[in-house]
Design a protein around this ligand. Structure first.
Ligand code: CTP
Length: 397
């Protein structure tokens, strides 16, 4: 898988350092040439001898010892990719701020190779505003941040912050190396997230969509070479580096933004969970508590996908989503034809771990020409790869 690839594995001080050993074994098994940098803190968790034996290379930790000076500039240039795994909170903070007090940081600052980070930390540290900001800075500076998993943490608590599994990291690296330029020169438009329909200035009708799937799609389309514009409803997810975006709140705003960009787009993916109804009237002032009953009149929103289906030309590929709780296949195919989409992605809320809020998804894709593709449950990033592959292979008749 990685024959001829040079990988610089940087290990920092974290309990997840033991997973870096498994990662190194997998990389070597897949014929990569690997050099390992360990911070001094990493050595408290795993012995350098384990890494040097597996990599068949001397472990690098210091900028110099009594006899030699480690040429950090050449190391950063030698590697086809640098992977920091695990990336501790401390190293992330130092990398984001240009601190250079160890070999790993010196290599990072002088590297011309792409840098991937697999963070590992406790949930509170992961969620802290300082870490959020640091990760944003690193992304802005071109680093790719691998998602963390949820589960048991070193603290004994359960939550977000577990480092990605070695097999997942291998999958990312493989993807990274195979990142094609299949969509170079193409423009893609993606809608994602929920919409909020105001009842009054403080209340709204919304849904549980996180925006994760649509954002993962925007990122994947961009990675494959497309110029991507993302129209994102209220969502806490960060817009990926290299993707331009318009933030919207309501279905009306999403409609307007979509048709501002629609004509120029070659690929249009509508992953947003758009509200079907909005209040007939949105009160200007906060509605005061009155009688026991309050009747809210609702009226339909404009269907963005259906409008796109009406307007689309032969050269545009239109992809819709269908979230179904029953008769998934029949409903999805009916929806695709009714809204004149070329492809429809079905996710069934009945599948455990699929749909709103989860990091995983299980999908099937139906094409208007009758072809269908079913996939296993995967992370939303992997699902995005499957969807984009299907779009690339799709031939408009
Ligand atoms: N969609 C849209 N605009 C709307 C409603 C839905 O663009 N006002 C798009 C979604 O982004 C998705 C597709 O239509 O790509 C299907 O959404 P879904 O909510 O499953 O379909 P509905 O038409 O709302 O059908 P129903 O809720 O009755 O299943």
């Amino acid at each position: 898988m990685f024959k001829g690839k040079k990988i610089l594995l940087c290990v920092t001080g974290s309990i997840a350092a033991y997973k870096a050993v498994i990662l190194l074994r997998l990389l070597i098994k897949n014929e990569a040439e690997v050099k390992v940098i360990m911070t001094h803190a990493a050595k408290d968790f795993v012995s350098p001898l384990t890494f040097s034996t597996l990599s068949k290379n001397k472990i690098l930790s210091d900028l110099f010892d009594e006899e030699t000076w480690a040429n950090h500039v050449l190391l950063g240039r030698w590697a086809d990719v640098i992977i920091v795994s695990p990336a501790s909170c401390n190293t992330i903070a130092k990398m984001a701020n240009g601190i250079c007090d160890n070999l790993l940081l010196a290599v990072y600052l002088s590297a011309s190779s792409p840098v991937l980070l697999a963070p590992a930390m406790d949930e509170d540290m992961w969620n802290h505003a300082a870490t959020r900001n640091n990760l944003q800075i690193l992304q802005k500076n071109g680093c790719q941040i691998l998602p963390v998993n949820e589960g048991e943490l070193a603290s004994g608590l359960t939550g977000k912050g577990r480092m990605a599994e070695p097999e997942e990291i291998v999958w990312y690296l493989n993807n990274f190396f195979n990142s094609k330029t299949a969509l170079k020169g193409k423009k893609a438009l993606v809608t994602a997230g929920p919409t909020y329909e105001a009842i009054d200035p403080v209340r709204f009708i919304g849904n549980h969509s996180s925006g994760k799937m649509g954002v993962a799609l925007a990122k994947e389309l961009s990675r494959r070479g497309a110029e991507v514009h993302l129209i994102l409803g209220p969502s806490a997810i960060t817009v990926p580096a290299g993707v331009s975006s318009t933030r919207v709140v309501s279905a009306y705003e999403m409609f307007e933004a979509t048709f501002t960009y629609f004509n120029q787009a070659d690929i249009i993916v509508m992953a947003a969970a758009v509200a079907d109804y909005m209040p007939e009237k949105s009160a200007k002032e906060k509605i005061k508590k009155g009688d026991k009953r309050l009747i809210l009149g609702l009226t339909g929103t404009k269907d963005i996908l259906a409008k796109a289906g009406e307007l689309k030309t032969h050269n545009q590929i239109l992809v819709g989503f269908a979230l179904e709780t029953e008769n998934g296949k029949e409903n999805a195919i009916e929806k695709m034809h009714r809204k004149k989409a070329d492809l429809i992605v079905l996710n069934s809320l009945k599948d455990a771990g699929a749909g709103f809020g989860y990091s995983t998804n299980k999908i099937s894709i139906f094409e208007k020409n009758g072809a269908e593709h079913s996939f296993e449950k995967k992370s939303k990033e992997e699902v995005a790869v499957d969807i984009v592959n299907t779009i690339i292979d799709y031939k408009n008749e």
